[in-house]
Design a protein around this ligand. Structure first.
Ligand SMILES: C[S@@+](CC[C@H](N)C(=O)[O-])C[C@H]1O[C@@H](n2cnc3c(N)ncnc32)[C@H](O)[C@@H]1O
Length: 284
């Protein structure tokens, strides 16, 4: 069972489910007319259940997988593809959730999501794949999503909800004194798809103070580094997809921003609907 989450865990799933229902209602008309196949892809599927809180006040939340599989009205997806890297989670997902949906076509891959996103991108470019419309949910707990993987989805018929660990991930690697280890710099490069020089220039500036014994260089880290990382990621997403939503902002109990949750699409109306849902949850 996965163990994490503030209130955002529930909201994030509610946002996804609300969007999936709207998506399926619209696709119910068009998919039949144009003979499209609908695929739901979940890149970080988890065990099916989320344990929240400590032993005294523990709560079990039903994960997104089951919530999506339960949608049948006005229609369901034609196929489902779940990816989960941890064998224990993948097994639990199959045993406790997937095995109850014998009437649905479901694949579970116990591997790295980045590989499967790339395979999906390749598949969607084939003649068979061109018939598919995809709703994707990319819900990592940290910085496991590589930028290169998203590039594989460029220009495709994919609406993807992407959880970006701005406060939880990027900001934690950006040390105040700029002394970032090579391993962390490499992680930032792979995650943002940018060379380290650009990343450092974006988040840091220098002030030179002349002193009696020579110039002193003061390193300044961007004050609003979390928000700036969200802006950067949003702009990067916009290089791959025509439309990107505003983010749903996920904060912890001390009101610190942990994640930003975006939806991307090449369809204007899709992002309009997603923004309406996001705005509603941001106001709650
Ligand atoms: C935030 S949880 C997912 C929760 C899930 N979406 C739900 O609603 O229940 C993230 C999951 O991703 C898995 N994971 C971590 N790195 C991964 C990777 N590179 N590829 C696929 N899954 C990964 C973790 O084992 C964990 O179960």
């Amino acid at each position: 069972m996965n163990n994490f989450g503030g209130n955002w865990t529930e909201s994030k799933i509610e946002i996804l489910v609300e969007y999936a229902k709207a998506y399926l209602s619209i696709m119910n008309i068009y998919a039949t007319k144009y003979k499209w196949k609908l695929l739901y892809f979940d890149g970080f599927a988890g065990s099916g259940f989320i344990k929240k809180g400590n032993d005294e006040s523990q709560k079990i939340i039903i994960g997104a997988a089951k919530r999506i599989l339960d949608i049948d009205n006005p229609r369901s997806f034609d196929r489902y593809y779940f990816v989960e890297k941890e064998s224990e989670n993948a097994n639990e997902l199959v045993e406790k959730v997937i095995s109850n949906y014998k009437n649905k076509i479901i694949d579970v891959a116990n591997t790295d999501c980045n590989d499967k996103i790339r395979s999906m991108g390749n598949f969607l470019r084939t003649d068979k794949g061109k018939k598919y419309k995809v709703l994707a949910y990319i819900d990592p707990c940290g910085m496991q999503l590589n930028w290169k993987s998203l590039v594989a989805l460029q220009e495709l018929n994919v609406d993807a909800w992407i959880l970006v660990p701005t406060g939880m991930g990027v900001n934690r690697l950006l040390k105040k004194d700029k002394r970032i280890s090579d391993a962390w710099l490499e992680r930032l490069e792979v995650f943002l798809g940018l060379p380290k020089e650009n990343i450092l220039d974006y988040f840091y500036s220098e002030t030179i103070i002349p002193t009696l014994f020579g110039d002193e260089v003061i390193i300044n880290k961007e004050e609003k580094a979390v928000e700036k990382s969200a802006e950067l990621y949003q702009a990067r997403l916009n290089e791959l997809f025509k439309f990107v939503t505003n983010p749903y902002i996920l904060k912890n109990k001390s009101n610190s921003i942990m994640f930003h949750f975006f939806m991307v699409s090449n369809n204007k109306n899709a992002v309009k609907i997603a923004n309406q849902i996001i705005n509603k949850y941001n106001r709650l």
